[in-house]
Design a protein around this ligand. Sequence first.
Ligand code: C2E
Ligand code: CA
Ligand code: CA
Length: 874
Amino acid sequence: MGVTTRLIALVMLPVTAMCLLAGSVVLSRRGSASEAVAVDRGVVALNEMVTLRDALLVQETSSVFDGRVLELGTTREIATTFLGFDPGTEVATQRTLGDRAIAALGPSSPVGADVLHVLYAGIDAGTIDPRVAAQRLGGYITVTVETLLRSLDSLEGGARETPLTAALESLREVIGLVDLAAPQAIELSEVWFPSPGATPQATAVVSTQFAERRADFAATSGRLRALGVESVIAAMGRIDADPEVQAFELAATDALHGVPLIAAGAVLDAAKVATAFRGYFTRRVMLEDLIGTTVTSVRSEAHHLAATERAGFLTWALGTAALALVSVGVALRLARSISKPLKELADYAHKVNEGELEAEPSPSRKHGPRETRLAYSIFTDLVANLQLLDAKANALALCDFDNPVLRAPLPGRLGRSLESSVALLSGSIVERDQLQTHLAFQATHDSLTGIGNRPAAITAIEAAMHRAARTGATIAVLFVDLNDFKAVNDRHGHEAGDAVLRHVAEQLKIDLRSGDFLARLGGDEFVVVAEGIDGVADATDLARRVIETIGRPTKVGGLNVSIGAAVGVAMTLDGPEEPLQLLARADAAMYRAKLHDESAIEIFDAGLQQQMIERVDIETALAAALADPTGGGLQLHYQPVLDAASARLVGVEALIRWDRPGIGMLQPDSFIPIAEATALIIDLDCWVLAEATRQLMAWSTVAELAEVPVAVNISGRHLLSRHLPDHISAVLDKTGIDPHRLSIEITETVLLADLIAAAVELDAVRALGVSVAIDDFGTGYTSLAHLQQLPIDTIKIDRSFISQLNVRRGSSLVRMVTDLGHAIDINIVAEGVETDEEMSALQAMGADHIQGYLLSRPLTPVALCAWAHERIAA
Ligand code: C2E
Ligand code: CA
Ligand code: CA
């Protein structure tokens, strides 16, 4: 049940009670009105009966008159002449009025017309004695008056204490008055003219009766006046004031006081008699008029009452209906004033529940009952809190910790838990951000020097190139490589090396122009990116400044150092579109600069450009050759190694050649360094390992070579790749050759780059049973102390020393190394022996093995077989 239904029900209860009450009032008013109408109608009938009675009274008087005429023994003519008027003149008129009244009354008439007409006929014909007729008429009058009074009773019984009852009472009294008035003429005549033979007692009785009747008349008149019906009182006043009526009254009073009609000795005062009886008739006529007046007053009161009651009934009915309508209307309005804000609150709540936090609360929230307004305001507060919560959650989602909304207080437990989660989240997000910033910094910065790293350098070059593309300016990339940095590391330790690198970075940072970008690519390589370069001369100037800055003598960690640098410069003058390409060009230029002994600057030029093209060409062709199962022109030549004392063949060194299709035979110097710059060298080493061991298997049928060991050159990149032991054991497994027949050669400079890592790998190789030789010994700076710790079996002294055996430097190193080697059980091989002198010197110094053109150039497998065969034969 909604609010409206409830309120209507509430209102309908009193309204219904009120309607019932009003209904009874209305009904009673309606009753009164219809009663008044009934009275009105009854009075009309009553009037007819009064008319009938008057008609009968007039005839009775006439008959009594006739009877008196007979009694007095006179004639009608005499009597009428004496009186001055004839009481019978009105009879005809009254009969007609009586007939009309009977007809109007219909069946309710107290007297039948036929009975009366028979009586009239008897009277007219003289067949009925006037005194009998008067008696019979008196009987009819009595019946009529009884009926009349009964009717009056019934009318009065209905009416309540109103002016109508007064009027009705007046009517009753007036009728009584007429009754009391009617016999007075006869009674006066009997007092004045007693019947002959009447006893004085009888005459006294008549007098007393007359006096009593007149007293009754006066009393009735008094009551009538007391009823206060104005029109009646006025009419009575007129009757009393009438001189003829007064003459009758005076005559009647005199007669009752015994004043004799004929004074002693005088003549009968006929005029007095005539005046008295005319007065009687005048009063009778005036009393008839009084009846008319009273009836009119009754009717007018009845009409008035009916109208008032009807008006009252209408007022009550309409008033009640209006009140009921207004009550229901007010109830509806009230219900609406409650239900409307409630419904809107429900709608609003529904919207908010659906997530529409921005929904507008309806303006009716400020109207309606206090409780509804309160509920609305609490709910809008709740929504405001939800909005705040939403804003806070959003700010959190966006990590907008500075947003003031996060500091806005939110009441209650929800607010507190949100606050603590904000604190927790913001803390962890700030931590995460710091970590990210740190990682991002690390990703783009060199951890040692704090300047940019390689990825940052590439990004910087790219950005500079974009700017240059717009402005048309020129960029120069300087590739800087420190000279002899390895020596610093080796001699003074890594910490000193790191200090030098940090020092160089700091100095460069100070000396470079603010717009120039500095990064360390790794190791001792730095790069400078300079924008807005004016040409080659400008770039060269910058490179010179860089070399000067780096070369400035300084103290690092208690050491006096002066560092040289090689700088390669590449520019975007007509140049490349790619950052990496520009960097590669600068690298290539630096590589050429490195070839000079002193610090030097090289600008990337057409020659370098050609070299780079060739390198790329070789790289792709070599990759294709390695992928080719037939080797793509790759082949191994083998150079014999002989025992210095007995000239016995103690091994062969596998040396690669490349009969490049369409180009011809290439020496390793032309492609090995290129392969070493990429991971291709590992594939190449593996290919050599496989080919050399395959060859060993093939020679197992050749008597001279069946037991010969083979040495394979392995690049530094391969050694440090950590895959070398696996690769070697794979070929050993595959061919099943004796591991002692395989050895690997690693150049001294490679070993020095990372002695510890190299030692670990070499140990693993030796654990397979494969021996290890240190190649090109003397070109690096291996200290003799290091040599003792290295897990090696053989030292191959570089050709540069062998060719200088005749000079002091060469011979002393060879002697020293040979002595040490023998002391720690290391085999000494002399490489590049070209002359007999060298040969005999080496033999004298005690070198174990000899390798060189003097004995044999590297040979194809077929040629080696022939060479070996020939030697045996020789
Ligand atoms: P290396 O390991 O020092 O090889 C010895 C080089 O000296 C060979 O040059 C050989 O032909 C040359 N040679 C030998 N005796 C004499 C002599 O009496 N006088 C002169 N002037 N030279 C002599 P090659 O074959 O041109 O090899 C050059 C370098 O290429 C090798 O130097 C080695 O470092 C590298 N190499 C050659 N083959 C391979 C290979 O299969 N794998 C790898 N990683 N490197 C290889
Ligand atoms: Ca070698
Ligand atoms: Ca060598």
